[in-house]
Design a binder for this molecule. Structure first.
Ligand SMILES: Nc1ncnc2c1ncn2[C@@H]1O[C@H](COP(=O)(O)OP(=O)(O)OP(=O)(O)O)[C@@H](O)[C@H]1O
Ligand SMILES: O=P(O)(O)OC[C@H]1O[C@H](OP(=O)(O)OP(=O)(O)O)[C@H](O)[C@@H]1O
Length: 225
């Protein structure tokens, strides 16, 4: 039996269901809205496992699911050396979001990452502690800042409502996912010019640890992959 992991709620779940339906495989939740059990029609030997999007990388890595749908941001953040754990089978064309670094909109002299690096250096000299960046994307942000030789900062963990941390005085800057930009604007933040830390979208992935069941080839062919 192939175990297919799909996000258990929200837009990501609905758009995943639509994506499979367009390929002739009907996924649905069984029972009440609160029951996390799923049904698969239009493909044999496939069971639907409804999971938090954030847990799908770990389940793929462990081989407890054969296939999984989640954002590329979560795969790259949660799995060190992700290429040795999963294969990306198909970008799915939804869940587009950019991981960005944002600063207070009132920082007039901070438009680029170079400006940010200068401000971070001065901040440390002036305040005696490193400028704080709130994020849940620790691995990706550290790697990106290191690549760009920015060192005078500290990460503050924020697992939600990250854009609020600047007004709450627990951070000077944030690194988070944005799509429409509305949450940033509403919290008086602006994105630094230049390419984002990462461009993410929902992706269908195969576990490299779950083994290569015969049914898997049949199912991926059914999906046109
Ligand atoms: N505003 C957005 N627009 C598009 N995609 C988004 C947006 N916010 C988050 N995403 C994407 O959705 C995926 C799931 O995000 P997140 O980790 O916030 O899950 P969640 O909805 O909080 O679910 P859970 O708490 O169950 O893990 C991520 O890959 C993320 O990139
Ligand atoms: O650019 P926008 O269109 O405003 O979207 C960005 C927001 O969407 C995500 O939050 P989500 O609503 O998924 O909730 P979360 O903060 O609990 O992750 C993300 O963390 C941002 O806060």
């Amino acid at each position: 039996m192939i175990r297919l992991g799909v996000p258990s709620k929200g837009r990501l779940m609905e758009q995943s269901f639509d994506w499979f339906a367009q390929r002739g495989v009907r996924l649905s939740r069984m029972g009440s809205d609160r029951e996390y059990a799923g049904r698969v029609e239009g493909a044999e030997n496939v069971s639907l496992v409804l999971l938090s999007a954030g847990e799908i990388p770990r389940e793929l890595q462990a081989g407890r699911i054969h296939l999984g749908v989640t954002g590329t941001d979560l795969i790259r953040e949660k799995l060190a050396g992700w290429r040795s754990h999963v294969e990306e089978l198909a970008p799915m064309g939804f869940g587009h979001a950019d991981l960005i670094l944002a600063v207070p909109a009132c920082w007039r002299d901070c438009e680029t990452l170079d400006d940010f690096a200068t401000i971070a250096r001065d901040f440390r000299a002036e305040h005696g502690f490193r400028l704080r960046i709130a994020t849940k994307y620790h691995r990706l942000v550290r790697a990106w800042l290191s690549d760009h030789e920015v060192a005078d900062y500290q990460l503050v963990d924020s697992q939600g409502a990250t854009e609020g941390t600047v007004a709450n005085l627990t951070a000077e800057a944030i690194a988070d996912i944005t799509s429409s930009g509305e949450t940033l604007r509403a919290n008086h933040l602006k994105v630094l010019d230049g390419t984002p830390i990462l461009r993410s979208q929902a992706t269908l992935l195969r576990s490299l640890a779950a083994g290569d069941a015969d049914e898997l080839g049949v199912f991926t062919a059914r999906l046109g992959l």
